[in-house]
Design a protein around this ligand. Structure first.
Ligand code: MN
Length: 325
């Protein structure tokens, strides 16, 4: 989705200060968990105020959020979550019109309802619950994103999420591509005792490889869990890692994390213990930091100001192709 604001190069110190200021006092839980082999919790972010992206997506923005958080979660750059909204039947189109991207991948998860995509490479896709649209913008593409037309006509519950992954410098200008990932095609591991299922979207979980290829090391899990779930897993210590609670509520290493909350994990070794309070869905994001300078402007994320100017120039010159409104 398009972002209007200009985000300056993030500063880690700012991000950490933000985390410390935004989060409550985790000292108690940290003390309880000291030396227990669990990965530390840096904090829990509450749901943010929502804003509209186009007229179709009512999102809370967990990062970058104008506070340098994109550097804390590098290579992940943007996390917009449209928590459940119930729509009456309608005839009015709802979504975001034609806009460009360069230098990133945009990944859309549908949880409820359906989302439709068209891009200037001629790709078209409709995704429903559990499906994912994975678009590599790379050197440049135009796309538009809408609630799917028959969903709009019938109305109902709508819940989706968009994530941007920053591309490493050496892959910034790869050719654009698009992939629809069908829920049933996601590699998965069933947890024992009917506790739920871990779908491996990217990276690897206990030897099961994810369906999506990424340009830098990333683990991404879509976890559907039942109310009695109680399990652990681990992620590389140096990977920036966080978990968004899409539905339901859980306790993560001793910290309550309710629906629409995001838990930021510390970059350290240790198991991540998830104890369900009620059935739900989690999104686990974990990636090796890029450690490269970056500059972003709206829908473009590049490494220098000059490359941003070039992106704007190329867009104005029609080099991103053509897509009808
Ligand atoms: Mn977009």
């Amino acid at each position: 989705m398009e972002r209007k604001e200009f985000i300056k190069k993030g500063v880690v110190a700012t991000a950490l200060a933000y985390v410390q200021a935004a989060f409550g006092n985790p000292a108690k839980a940290a003390a309880r968990l000291a030396n227990t082999g669990y990965r530390g919790v840096e904090g829990v972010l509450s749901p943010t105020n929502t804003h509209m992206v186009g007229n179709g997506f009512k999102v809370m923005n967990f990062f970058p959020n104008g506070k340098g958080f994109e550097e804390r979660m590098s290579p992940f750059f943007l996390l917009d979550f449209n928590a459940q909204v119930d729509y009456p039947p309608s005839e009015i189109s709802r979504g975001v019109g034609v806009h460009p991207h360069r230098g990133i991948e945009t990944i859309t998860f549908a949880y409820k309802g359906a989302v439709e995509h068209h891009d200037s490479k001629g790709n078209h896709g409709i995704i429903g619950p559990g499906d994912i649209q994975w678009m590599t913008a790379g050197g440049g593409v135009l796309h538009k994103e809408y609630q799917e037309q028959s969903f709009i006509k019938g109305g109902g519950a709508f819940e989706m999420l968009q994530l941007w992954i920053n591309l490493p410098q050496k892959h910034k200008m790869v050719p654009a591509k698009y992939q629809s990932i069908i829920h049933d095609h996601k590699p998965k591991i069933d947890l024992h005792n009917d506790m739920g299922t871990i779908y491996v979207v990217a990276g690897e979980y206990r030897g099961v490889k994810g369906i999506a290829k990424t340009y830098s090391p990333v683990n991404m899990y879509d976890i559907h869990f039942n109310g009695h779930a109680d399990f652990t897993f681990s992620l590389p210590a140096n990977y920036n890692s966080g978990i968004l609670v899409i539905d339901g509520s859980v306790v993560v290493n001793g910290h309550d994390v309710d629906e629409n909350h995001y838990v930021q994990l510390k970059n350290e070794k240790g198991e991540i213990h998830i104890k369900a309070k009620e059935k739900g869905i989690l999104l686990v994001l974990s990636g090796e930091p890029l450690n490269e300078p970056y500059v972003s402007y709206g829908p473009f994320v590049m490494n220098t100001k000059e490359e941003i100017s070039q992106a704007i120039e190329d867009y104005n010159a029609g080099k991103f192709g053509f897509l009808k409104d």
